[in-house]
Write a protein that binds this ligand. Structure first.
Ligand SMILES: Nc1ncnc2c1ncn2[C@@H]1O[C@H](COP(=O)(O)OP(=O)(O)OP(=O)(O)O)[C@@H](O)[C@H]1O
Ligand SMILES: [Mg+2]
Length: 344
């Protein structure tokens, strides 16, 4: 079902991404593939559909819930969960790795002490057979363990020819910055990777997506309503799906659906402010109110706070919001977030 709010895992449910799927198939032998795109554009869906249909055995590690200052135990917890869900296909390989134990339907990984498994030795061991290892929301790997992960990835890139890595990230700037492929100091410096930037749907594709979804559900809906929805949600598949699903469940007032979406976005923005500080709220609000220059923003903040603001601090706030794919050139990348920021 097109309007199912969960990430899709079958091609038949994935709308308008045949080209991207073919590109992934064509590049499956590249050691490193990076998929970026704004929140809700369909990265996880694209990745899951691809992994589901590609003939190479694979595993996807979902890093969404990895906490900021994660430790090895947290990371290995997510890796073991991912392996457990693929046990049927990977049993033989996993069984032979020292530091890993298969207990019933679950995989246990020794993360500390004698005989513990390092990331490098894990990748080396997986390399005995052809495999794809995918990390969803890989910018979450930033933190005190960065170096260890990057070293292991670079080592595997150079020596483990059977392993293809796929990394996705909704915070593109953070992900590229973390990998540091253009930074001489990074272990991954200069490595070639296949870069797939997933774009939102254009207007026609968005309309077609909604029409197809409603038709599938046997719901008749005015063209005019579809046009408004496409306008409001700007071709972002996740919001279009959200709208379709709400409408299907009886919430036919598009203004109310929009309200719900704004509240979801607002909660995300509030989390950023909680984590990074009140100035983020002011910068977001200023940009949402239409300020499009750095000096305008500075004046706005200085007025609101009643203090002068150091230029490096403001520069950092703006750059971080860009790296998190929330704004670019003083514009919101998603109109729903702009509305949310007005209320922050
Ligand atoms: N091409 C598509 N066809 C059908 N549904 C889609 C498509 N792309 C995304 N969706 C739907 O949109 C929502 C968001 O998709 P998904 O979780 O794959 O995006 P994402 O980019 O991984 O989002 P996030 O940044 O939140 O991780 C889900 O409900 C998914 O089912
Ligand atoms: Mg995702």
């Amino acid at each position: 079902m097109l309007f199912d709010p969960r990430p899709k895992s079958n091609r038949s449910e994935l709308f308008g991404r045949d080209r991207e799927l073919e590109l992934l198939h064509a590049n499956v032998d590249v050691p490193l593939i990076i998929i970026t795109g704004v929140r809700r554009v369909g990265k996880t869906s694209l990745l899951s559909v691809f992994l589901n249909e590609v003939s190479v055995p694979n595993v996807m590690i979902d890093l969404r819930d990895l906490r900021t200052n994660y430790g090895l135990r947290d990371l290995y917890g997510l890796i073991s969960k991912a392996f457990s869900s693929r046990l049927e296909k990977l049993y033989e390989v996993l069984r032979s790795i020292s530091g890993i134990r298969v207990e019933g339907f679950e995989v246990e990984i020794k993360w500390r002490g004698r005989g513990s498994l390092t990331l490098s030795s894990l990748f080396d061991a997986l390399n005995r057979r052809r495999i794809i290892v995918a990390f969803d929301e890989a910018q979450k790997l930033r933190g005190p363990r960065s170096q260890e992960f990057l070293n292991a990835l670079a080592h595997a890139y150079d020596y483990d020819r059977n392993v293809t890595f796929i990394l996705t990230g909704s915070e593109a700037g953070l992900l590229y910055g973390f990998l540091g492929i253009d930074k001489q100091s990074s272990p991954l410096y200069g490595r070639y990777y296949y870069d797939l930037r997933l774009e939102r749907f254009d207007k026609n594709t968005s309309l077609e997506f909604l029409r197809t979804g409603f038709k599938e559900l046997g719901i008749r809906i005015e063209n005019e309503v579809l046009e408004i929805a496409v306008e409001e949600f700007d071709g972002i598949p996740g919001w279009l799906t959200f709208f379709g699903n709400e409408y299907f469940r009886g919430n036919k007032d598009i203004a109310r659906v929009k309200e719900l979406a704004i509240n979801i976005a607002l909660e995300e923005l509030q989390n950023i402010v909680k984590e990074r500080g009140r100035r983020y709220a002011l910068v977001l609000k200023g940009i949402a109110e239409g300020i499009t220059t750095w000096s305008g923003l500075r004046r706005y903040l200085e007025e609101k706070e009643g203090t002068t603001i150091s230029s490096s601090i403001l520069y950092n706030v703006v750059r971080n919001l860009e790296d998190m794919s929330i704004i670019r050139n003083y514009q919101f990348l998603d109109p729903v977030y702009r509305e949310a920021a007005l209320r922050i």
